[in-house]
Design a protein around this ligand. Structure first.
Ligand code: CTP
Length: 227
């Protein structure tokens, strides 16, 4: 067990935690992809906060310019939803739990082109096929002593949609952020969240820097262990 100065044991020092973060890129042709505006900032902030609390973190990250600082963080860089799924399913069984912050593409081109698509077509459409739901897949294999936390980024009927995802993906709690709140969601350094538990509990937090939001989420996890 690691100890911080003063001899106090860090609260998550015996825990190994998987985090997914960032966007995924789905290839259309050798120079183009389908992606999204996720920066990865929320997941990286949670990884640092967990590591500060003594946890070993496996950070599965989609493409982002962010850097990890803490030596307790092992980073696995991936590009596609399929790669993120594979890294997550391989690592989750060996972890105490997982926090799914990634903005995973829900669809991927069925037949990516080997050559660059040229201009000049009258119409051009790409056939897409669904990707795997990583959180739901981990929810299915979750053991009794493991936890699983998800995120929900919503634009409407926020609480209703978040509760559906909580149930469908077998999560212990879900962190809801709404694109209707200014300063919340993708790209911002701030976020405004609610934490909804699978026992019906709901806590609302103020708009604050993502580093502070990460502390609230990690506190919630520590309380989950102290129950
Ligand atoms: N998620 C995942 N794998 C996917 C899609 C989503 O692990 N292929 C996770 C996200 O990381 C998040 C949660 O599931 O923790 C909810 O993601 P979100 O994009 O809000 O919802 P979806 O399940 O994709 O549903 P929809 O896009 O229809 O709202």
């Amino acid at each position: 067990m690691k100890r911080i100065s003063g001899g106090q044991k860090k609260k998550l020092s015996d825990k190994k935690i998987l985090i997914t973060t960032g966007p995924t890129y789905e290839k259309i042709d050798p120079v183009r992809f389908i992606g999204n505006f996720s920066s990865g900032k929320m997941g990286f902030a949670i990884a640092e906060e967990l590591a500060e609390n003594g946890a070993n973190v496996i950070l599965v990250s989609g493409p982002t310019a962010l850097k990890t600082k803490h030596t307790n963080i092992t980073r696995i860089d991936v590009v596609t939803a399929e790669e993120m799924y594979q890294a997550s399913i391989d690592n989750y069984p060996d972890c105490n739990g997982g926090i799914m912050t990634a903005a995973v593409a829900d669809f991927t081109p069925l037949n990516p082109e080997d050559r660059k698509v040229k201009r000049g077509k009258e119409n051009y459409s790409i056939e897409l096929t669904p990707t795997k739901d990583i959180a739901a897949s981990l929810g299915k294999i979750k053991a009794k002593d493991q936890f699983l936390i998800g995120f929900a980024l919503e634009t409407n009927d926020e609480e209703f949609n978040a509760k559906l995802k909580l149930e469908k993906k077998n999560l212990d709690f879900i962190v809801l952020n709404s694109l209707n709140d200014s300063g919340a969601g993708f790209q911002h350094d701030t976020n405004k969240i609610s934490i909804i538990g699978n026992n019906g509990s709901a806590k609302k937090f103020e708009l604050k820097p993502k580093t502070e939001v990460a502390k609230d989420i990690v506190d919630e996890l520590i309380q989950f262990y102290e129950k």
